[in-house]
Design a protein around this ligand. Structure first.
Ligand code: PGA
Length: 250
């Protein structure tokens, strides 16, 4: 392997009821009819994980969690551990999404501990980073993103247990996307950091772009150097929209 295998990951956030489980069946059907040249993942709310796994059994689409606790078990009401996600059949978990950082005050140290917990359980951690609008306009993008990656990524990160997702906060759910050049600059800086820190293995860790990815901009964004896939919110809720993004890799 000389470069990371692309991954198109959907994050359903706090959306989806049992009625939406059919999207999994539809997505696997679209993939078996039309193909997919990338790994495909859906991260629904915890309530839907088992149903999506059941509906997707035998298909290509993997299932992951949206967050996990740093501890294996204990008195943490409302939380879910990496071991529980693994036990259900998940293969990935998103950690440090900007909505968790903002809504729950998660620091990069917290994210690091969550990612390490996920890796210990054999889950692949999707570690999110990204600058705010204000940080971008004041020219701090690279400093902020690199600091987040440095502090959030556990020591023994490698291709088999880690993916980075660069998601500018101002691009999430807004319909705004950075220019291809801006995406390239940030992904190149993350790649350099990964190689400095992990040597050759750093070249193999996938770096996803996320923030208002949709079928109409996916080919351009996925064509940028060092972009190894997408983390998709809104456009992952409907199988047909999501498949339109997966098709960027056909
Ligand atoms: P969006 O969300 O695709 O709806 O912008 C992306 C994300 O938060 O992962």
């Amino acid at each position: 392997m000389t470069s990371p295998k692309p991954l198109v990951a959907g994050n359903w956030k706090m959306n989806g009821l049992l009625a939406n489980v059919s999207q999994m069946t539809e997505l696997n059907q679209l993939i078996s009819d039309g193909g997919a040249n990338c790994d495909v993942l859906l991260c629904p709310s915890t309530t839907l994980i088992s149903s999506l796994l059941e509906a997707g059994a035998g298909g290509k689409v993997m299932v992951g969690g949206q967050d996990c606790h740093a501890n294996v078990s204990g008195a943490h009401t409302g939380d879910i551990s990496a071991e529980m996600l693994k036990d259900l059949g998940c293969s990935y978990v998103i950690v440090g999404h900007s909505e968790r950082r903002a809504d729950h005050g998660e620091t990069s140290a917290d994210v690091n501990a969550k990612a390490a917990a996920a890796q210990t359980q054999g889950l692949k951690a999707i570690i999110c980073c990204g600058e705010s609008d204000e940080e971008r306009s004041s020219g701090k993008t690279l400093d902020v993103v690199l600091e987040q990656v440095k502090a959030s990524i556990p020591q023994d990160a490698k291709n088999s247990n880690t993916v980075i997702a660069y998601e500018p906060v101002w691009a999430i759910g807004t319909g705004k996307v950075p220019t291809a050049n801006d995406v390239e600059e940030v992904h190149a800086a993350i790649r350099t950091l990964l190689i400095q820190r992990f040597g050759e293995e750093g070249a193999l860790i996938g770096i996803l772009y996320g923030g208002s990815v949709k079928a109409s901009n996916a080919s351009e964004l996925m064509g940028v150097q060092n972009v190894n896939g997408a983390l998709v919110g809104g456009a992952s809720l409907k199988a047909a929209d999501f498949y339109g993004i997966i098709e960027a890799y056909k």
